[in-house]
Design a protein around this ligand. Structure first.
Ligand code: ATP
Length: 454
């Protein structure tokens, strides 16, 4: 099958209600997208899968949901104020702006001119005024990564949970970056969500944990339906590492526009906790009185064997939700030629990611008895808790199947005349991938659906 193109995805996403350009009616806010009725379900399902694997299935991770508005000092001491910048260059001929490190052979990607300005650094953090008086120091940042609140709340979480290393804090939430050139649909945007884990380990065990997390994260993406062959691990060269990192793997995926980063897995050393701790050292600490004076205010853990405090090191798997959505859509998109020559478009999404799990379709929209049975079946299936069950009363069974193939609904249930005329009542179940149909008793449906989505 030919590779999925970005045009195919953009068109499907708009047509069926997955993703829309933000402020479309005003010409669009560049680099900002809104998730529509199906997009919000897909996104929520992907986030829920991440949370389940990171928090519920493990016994060494706690969750956090911190604020987006971030105190200036946090991003000062984290190094972001000084270094979270990209090199910017302008083409003097076509007046377009680019990231200098994305330019090939010194030529403008738009018009080919070599007349470019010298690169200058551009800080990517968004600022916003806090309180009624603008100006001066009355501002906060919109966080450029969710990680910093994990570091600044480290002590509170440890005190509340009595965790010892190795353990992690997981968070999913919005991040903002004023990207110079947002592009490739939802791949590079200015407002996005991250799924980040900060996993705290004893110094010296970090490289081992980096490898463990790299392997874990690859397995997780494969579980979300990504083809192993399209995933690639890129070890970042020393000179290209972020300011906080000792070693980083970029987990790349073959997106429609090329092989690019889906997730970063970084050894952040003790850079962040260490820096925030050093700031604490500069303060007169009164608030956080600890039984061990040495640890006052420090973002540290107590080593029971060595009987001393230490700042743990951090391994960080950090994935973008939008890039994840784009990857699973790329992978799931398929066009099949049917025996009658027609083309069927479908999304072969993994069951747990499908926005709609089951479509319940009355064969005749005006037949009260058929519609009532369909509504009862929907109500009964809701109780299975497998996810969204949709009553699809459009009256055109062919169109309903086409729509649900295209949005990736794994199961369609059709209620026809036989369903109301013959006892025991039965319905037709149609499988998205095989198109196979089978007759199932209405009384067996909850068990069938529970089993199917297990
Ligand atoms: P890139 O090199 O592509 O700009 P990055 O290395 O700066 O990404 P990280 O800081 O490692 O990205 O962020 C972790 C993850 O957050 C990335 O792997 C990506 O999935 C996601 N992410 C980062 N920036 C964006 C963005 N502008 N739009 C969408 N997702 C993003």
């Amino acid at each position: 099958m030919p590779a999925t193109t970005m045009d195919q995805l953009v068109s499907l996403c708009k047509r069926r209600g997955f993703i829309f350009q933000n402020a479309d009616i005003y010409g669009g806010l560049q680099g900002v997208y809104d998730f529509g009725p199906l997009g919000v379900e897909l996104k929520n399902n992907l986030k829920a899968a991440w949370w389940r694997s990171m928090v519920y299935e493990r016994d060494d991770v706690e969750g956090l949901d911190a604020a987006i508005l971030t105190h200036r000092k946090v991003l000062h001491y984290s190094g972001h104020e000084a270094t979270f910048s990209d090199p910017l260059t302008d083409c003097k001929r076509c007046k377009q702006r680019f990231r200098a490190d994305h330019i090939k052979d010194g030529k403008c990607p738009e018009c080919g001119s070599t007349d470019l300005t010298e690169p200058r650094m551009f800080n990517m953090m968004f600022k916003t005024a806090v309180g009624p008086i603008e100006g001066g120091d009355n501002f906060a940042y919109l966080r450029p990564e969710t990680a910093q609140a994990i570091f600044t709340q480290f002590k509170n979480v440890v005190d509340a949970t009595a965790r010892k290393a190795p353990f992690g804090i997981a968070q999913i939430g919005k991040s903002f970056r004023n990207e110079i050139t947002p592009r490739n649909f939802i791949f590079r945007v200015r407002e996005f969500e991250q799924m980040e884990l900060e996993f705290f380990v004893k110094p010296g065990t970090d490289m081992e944990w980096l490898e463990t997390w790299k392997a874990d994260r690859i397995d997780w993406w494969i579980d979300q339906g990504l083809d192993k062959e399209k995933l690639h691990v890129h070890k970042i060269a020393k000179e290209d590492l972020a300011h906080y990192s000792k070693a980083t793997y970029d987990l790349e995926y073959q997106f429609p526009h090329g092989l690019e980063e889906l997730e970063g897995i970084a050894d952040r050393t003790d850079y962040d906790l260490g820096n925030h701790t050093r700031y604490q050292d500069e303060l007169e600490i009164t608030a956080h009185v600890h039984e061990n004076k040495e640890a006052e205010g420090k973002l540290a853990l107590f080593d029971d064997e060595a009987k001393k405090w230490y700042v743990p090191w951090v391994i960080e798997p950090s994935a973008g939700v939008e890039r994840g959505v784009l990857a699973v859509l790329t992978e799931a998109y398929a066009e099949e030629t049917l025996p009658n020559g027609e083309t069927r478009t479908l999304l072969k999404l993994k069951k747990h990611l499908a926005p709609v799990k089951v479509a319940v379709i009355p064969l005749k929209r005006n037949n009260a008895e058929i519609v009532k049975l369909a509504a009862n079946i929907k109500a009964a299936l809701m109780k299975t808790g497998v996810g969204r069950i949709m009553l699809e009363n459009s009256g055109n069974i062919g169109k309903a199947y086409r729509r649900h193939d295209e949005i990736g609904t794994p199961i369609c249930i059709t209620i026809d005349f036989e369903s109301i005329e013959k006892q025991p009542a039965s319905v037709t179940i149609r499988n998205r991938d095989t198109m196979a149909q089978q007759r199932v008793a209405v009384s067996d449906l909850p068990a069938y659906i529970t089993d199917f989505f297990r």
